[in-house]
Write a protein that binds this ligand. Structure first.
Ligand code: HEM
Length: 204
């Protein structure tokens, strides 16, 4: 049950938020699809073995995790003993919430923090695997997400195939500025209103 609860909702939210960002940023969408065409032309499906070659898609996903960590406050935890952080005394058994979302948009660490720019990771070694504290969508340390490798593969595979199979457009009369970014309240943050897109099969 833990695996179903922790794994499905988070991965689904990531796929939707990434599609939202791609539809609002057509240059990034084009780059991601061009890369897919290059490595997968003539192939029916993108397979797991193709994923290491999709380097731009990996930047897109990183940027999506930065702007939309599906669990923005991670999971509430409790301190096992008293400690002092930046001069603040935290007693034992204090409920701790870590605001990963705000950290990932902190202008001290991120230039133009609210913009979707996968290219920012071209020359940066910052990753989301828990070593760089400015980007922690999976948490840090021994209680961080044990599903990280599985989920990144699953999400990459789903996104790659969505972009391989279809071109995506907004419905007639809707512009990308009309697509709202309002979030539903919850431990896992989803888009409040469903994303409605038109899929046209791509030549493969
Ligand atoms: C995009 C996908 C996912 C994201 C962003 C994500 C994120 C997280 C985060 C932030 C935590 C809490 C870490 C902390 O408190 O420091 C967590 C915990 C956990 N995740 Fe994930 N997760 C994802 C997918 C998955 C998948 C696919 C599985 C299982 C197959 C999974 C299983 C778990 C479990 C069991 C925990 C609890 C670990 C513990 O309390 O020790 N997650 N996840």
């Amino acid at each position: 049950m833990d695996i179903f609860i922790a794994g499905t909702d988070t991965s689904a939210a990531t796929i939707v938020w990434t599609m939202v960002e791609l539809i609002k940023n057509p240059e990034a969408m084009k780059k991601a699809q061009d890369e897919i065409t290059e490595i997968a032309w003539g192939k029916e499906n993108i397979e797991e073995s193709d994923l290491p070659k999709l380097s731009y898609l990996k930047l897109v996903l990183k940027e999506s995790f930065r702007l939309h960590p599906p669990a923005p406050l991670l999971i509430p935890r409790e301190t096992t003993r008293a400690c002092t952080i930046n001069g603040y005394e935290i007693p034992a058994k204090t409920r701790i919430l870590i605001n990963a979302r705000t950290i990932a948009r902190d202008p001290f660490y991120w230039k133009d923090p609210d913009s979707f720019k996968p290219e920012r990771f071209f020359y940066s070694s910052v990753d989301f695997r828990g070593h760089d504290y400015e980007l922690i969508p999976f948490g840090i340390g021994r209680r961080s997400c044990p599903g990280i490798n599985f989920s990144v593969l699953t999400v990459e595979l789903a996104l790659a195939n969505l972009l391989h199979y279809f071109d995506w457009k907004l419905p007639h009369g809707i512009t990308r500025d009309d697509v709202d970014m309002v979030e539903a309240v919850g431990l896992t943050v989803h888009k409040k209103t469903p994303l409605l897109l038109i899929a046209t099969p791509r030549p493969r």
